[in-house]
Ligand binder design. Structure first.
Ligand SMILES: [Fe+2]
Length: 251
């Protein structure tokens, strides 16, 4: 039997980041999630070490979560939720109490890398995060050109214990980025599909549409992996394959 859909990355909590601006939008996004077949959602508002403190962030997140729980109850939505964060990369991360940012009740933490330039110490920081007993999940790896230019970096991080996800929208838009995702899947370098939903129209909760574009075996693997993470179980990840550079491209 197919596993239920779980979205591990979304900006659905109201008024906390550039996602849902209020509880009406929160409800609309949760209705989209449910209509895609999502049974559970990890709420992952942005956390930026340079602009915020853990204390202020967790306070705001708790307040937004309470509003969400009340709205879900009022609307009778059948969807489970847990608290997490999308943690922007910083060299300072290992010095923080990262448990407060990890996915609730699990040892997983969602890490976003800078879009344009790769920091020189990504491998070291990922290692230090793992030394804290947490498994980093790298957000939307298809977005970073420096990784598609040299996917062996992703191979190294995944080989050492990191996990990675791709965004549903990147598959739905097809084109070059979707082709890159296909290669990452072949090499066993990605483990989850997430919506990264921000708003019902511009950046919707579209997990169902994304899953329909995945090969059946990959879809089943990703669904199971997401359920395992949500429940705090170990992910049974495939052994990754080292990308090889041949005739000017990665194969
Ligand atoms: Fe995000």
């Amino acid at each position: 039997m197919s596993a239920p859909l779980v979205d591990l990355h979304c900006h659905i909590l109201p008024g906390i980041d550039d996602g849902a601006k209020d509880t009406d939008v929160t409800v609309a996004l949760l209705e989209q999630e449910a209509s895609c077949g999502a049974a559970a959602v990890m709420f992952t508002p942005h956390f930026y070490y340079e602009r915020d403190t853990l204390e202020k962030f967790t306070e705001r997140r708790e307040a937004a979560y309470k509003k969400t729980v009340a709205a879900v109850k009022e609307k009778g939505l059948k969807i489970a939720g847990k608290l997490g964060a999308e943690v922007h990369f910083s060299s300072a991360l290992p010095s923080l109490d990262l448990r407060q940012l990890a996915f609730e009740g699990t040892d997983y933490i969602l890490i976003e890398l800078p879009t344009l330039h790769m920091p020189p110490n990504v491998a070291d920081v990922l290692y230090d995060i793992r030394c804290l007993g947490l498994t980093p999940i790298i957000a939307h790896v298809e977005r970073y050109k420096y990784i598609s230019d040299d996917p062996t970096m992703l191979y190294d991080w995944v080989s050492e214990g990191a996990l990675a996800h791709v965004n549903s929208t990147s598959l739905i838009r097809r084109g070059k980025i979707a082709a890159t995702i296909k290669k990452y899947i072949e090499w066993g370098l990605v483990h989850f599909l997430c919506s990264d939903a921000h708003s019902p129209h511009a950046r919707p909760a579209n997990l169902g549409e994304g899953y329909a574009l995945l090969p059946e075996d990959t879809a089943e693997e990703f669904k199971k992996n997401a359920v395992d993470v949500f429940l705090g179980r170990d992910v049974d990840a495939r052994n990754p394959e080292m990308p090889k550079h041949r005739f000017g491209g990665w194969v």
